[in-house]
Write a protein that binds this ligand. Sequence first.
Ligand code: ATP
Ligand code: MG
Length: 495
Amino acid sequence: MEKTINSEDNVIALSEARKGVQSSIAASNLTPNQIVSLLDKYIIGQKDAKKSVAIALRNRLRRQHVSDDLRDEIMPNNIIMIGPTGVGKTEIARRLAKLAKAPFVKVEASKFTEVGYVGRDVESMIRDLVDQSVAMVRSERSEDVREKAALLVEERLLDILLPPLGSSQNSVDNDEPGEEETPGTALPDEHDKSLEVNRRSRKKMLERLRNGKLEDRQIEMDISGDSPGGMMQIFGPLGQMEEIGGIMQDLMSGLPRKRKKRRVSIADARKLLEQEEVQKLIDMDSVVKEAINKVEQSGIVFIDEIDKIAAPSSGSGGKGPDVSREGVQRDLLPIVEGSNVATKHGMVKTDHVLFIASGAFHVAKPSDLIPELQGRFPIRVELKSLTEDDFYLILTQPDNALIKQYSALLATEGVDLTFSDGAIREIAKIAARVNESVENIGARRLHTIMTNLLEELMFNIPENFADEHVVIDEVMVKEKLNHVVADRDLSQYIL
Ligand SMILES: Nc1ncnc2c1ncn2[C@@H]1O[C@H](COP(=O)(O)OP(=O)(O)OP(=O)(O)O)[C@@H](O)[C@H]1O
Ligand SMILES: [Mg+2]
């Protein structure tokens, strides 16, 4: 049943999902089965977790089609993912957000403090989500107007290079004056003629511009300076103050920006002008409206390390110095349950934002969270520790598998790097062994092992290396790593 979808369908599903962005509320049309198959491309194993998130995502779409009165009653299925470090919790959430095309933020629960203490208040996660959504919608809209903007930019560049005759434009900033057929001050009776000449030279110039022949030419142009609110970032770390900073920034961005004259290449000018034109073509009010709608209907907040704000009930741990942990949980309640959060873009309702929490829960247990919060995360999924076989698959299967990454890196130097199957098996075996003997850091172990294994190669290419083909085999892996693995002290530091 699981493999009902082949990879070709996935590609179609993915590109469908991409198209789906255009619809304002970006619930992608992926079925739970398709979602799981897409996640399978990046994450090995963890079937239960994938299934849960797939259902939660699909329920969003289903909810959109429920009749109005019932729709508002249907709450998202917030999820807690429980599992040791490095087994794919964050990875699942991140990939999910990508394919859902939904606004997504990842926050660390341990960063928050109860209102009144110094630190970030929990509402900031919603503000971040809205910012993210605005950026997302804005970039979608930019895509839509890009072509139009490009034409306008072309026109502006042409005006700088060769102002149309009879226009009041006086900033002839041609680098090499007289190089083109720019007519001098024409006599009145020759006026018509010079108009015609100007028109023709502009046409020629446009052609050269389009052919990319002028990209390196320097021109002088007005550039809008940085927004005067730039300095407001100093408010950043101060929790609530950052919002004030944001508001001030908004107020100040209404002020006329300083314009500076600068010499730039046409290539750079094109980029700068394009930004300006795109900005002018986009209706920010409607962007914000859509962005807020997107957050309210399909936003996803990933709260990492939620176990860090749960106080273990028994044991010596007790109440540590961070007394505000429970306070943070209480502050979280209304947001997860659904409330209005004020952001610089307006009020945002959080009722239907999907929350996915995750934690290792080594010390504290989910039941150590305050009961009200537990109830708001009704779905629990456990992620499993990764085995040697999982490591083998993780090294080879995902689209972004480490082996593929390293091969791609070296391909840029003209070296063809391959691994024998035995080598990959050996790496997986070593990873599992070190995880067992030193500390279980999950798939992250593969990174440390691979860097160690390939360090010399990475260093010696390109100078001290002649071969075009490098094959890493089992013997090499053993030679390079076995003495480290055998020595527990050594592997503690190196692997
Ligand atoms: N099941 C898996 N399949 C493929 N890659 C994985 C898997 N688990 C982990 N990885 C890889 O390991 C890295 C770390 O995983 P991830 O960030 O998801 O860990 P985590 O479970 O969130 O751990 P932590 O509790 O420390 O936050 C990722 O970059 C990912 O590439
Ligand atoms: Mg994580």
